[in-house]
Design a protein around this ligand. Structure first.
Ligand code: KIV
Ligand code: NA
Length: 273
């Protein structure tokens, strides 16, 4: 399969072909993204919740990035900058963005925020690191948002969201995630911008879609927002398989003859005698 570059992302956008994005957090999940032909592989910091069992997002990302990079060769590779790695100063943000490229083997970074992050985005893109923006529901700020709730529902809030989207486009983002906002607002922003929007809980009017892999496979089942369509119930497939293994060992049905390594008849006895 052809390697997806940022130019191919731009081409998909100008051809009006929806862009597919799916998260991965380790080697096997990355290889699924690659094999299925997904355009952009995102090492989202949601992995802290869905793969590490934390209550909110804030993991050690570089370790996961390297594993994902080994598993996916064709998609365009983007990593979430975790909370605390880009807010304190522009210098620190640039330094940490470089770590994702050099140590994490990623091709671009994603960071959350609107107008207030524009200078930071400008500084990172200036040194040649593509930035994917993220506005709307920004989970790293869920405390100040009062939880995981729909953003931009009032006219005033929608206007602010539009200003934020324009500001980070102006700052040099190659695209942006629109998370959990009313469909008409997402469609309006998409029409207004000259770069692709990637929606999650933002309706069909965006330039592309993103889902969290463990959600869409029905593996992470602690809670499911409205937008999280499950394409398979892998949770029950895995649990059934492991339950069967457990039962077969208890009943001495596994391992069977075909799982054993034979020896020639009498060889061991001849050796022992
Ligand atoms: O962390 C994540 O997986 C994300 C996507 C849901 C956009 O930020
Ligand atoms: Na994220």
């Amino acid at each position: 399969r052809q390697k997806v570059t940022i130019n191919i992302i731009r081409k998909l956008y100008s051809d009006n072909e929806p862009i597919t994005v799916l998260t991965a957090h380790d080697y096997p999940s990355a290889s699924f993204v690659d094999k299925a032909g997904i355009d952009i592989c995102l090492v989202g910091d949601s992995l802290a919740m869905v793969a590490l069992g934390h209550e909110s997002t804030s993991p050690e990302m570089l370790h996961h990035c390297r594993a994902v990079a080994r598993g996916a060769k064709s998609p365009f590779m983007v990593a979430d900058m975790p909370f605390g790695s880009y807010e304190v100063s522009i210098n620190e943000a640039v330094k940490n963005a470089i770590r994702f490229i050099k140590d994490g083997k990623m091709e671009a970074v994603k960071l959350e925020g609107g107008t207030e992050m524009a200078e930071t985005i400008r500084a990172i893109t200036r040194i040649g690191i593509p930035v994917l923006g993220h506005v709307g529901l920004t989970p790293q700020r869920q405390s100040s948002l009062g939880g995981y709730r729909v953003q931009g529902k009032t006219l005033e809030k929608a206007k602010k969201l539009i200003e934020d989207a324009k500001a980070i486009q102006e700052a040099g983002c190659f695209g942006m995630v629109l998370e959990t906002i009313p469909e008409p607002v997402a469609t309006h922003i998409t029409k207004l911008l000259k770069i692709p929007t990637i929606g999650i809980g933002a309706g069909p009017g965006t330039s592309g879609q993103v889902l969290v892999q463990l959600d869409m496979l029905g593996i992470f089942d602690r809670f499911a927002p409205r937008f999280a369509k499950t394409y398979a119930n892998v949770n029950s497939v895995i649990t059934d398989a492991i339950r069967t293994y457990h039962k077969e060992v208890k009943e001495r049905k596994f391992p069977a003859k075909e799982h054993c390594y034979p020896m020639e008849d009498g060889e061991l006895e001849r050796f022992l005698n």
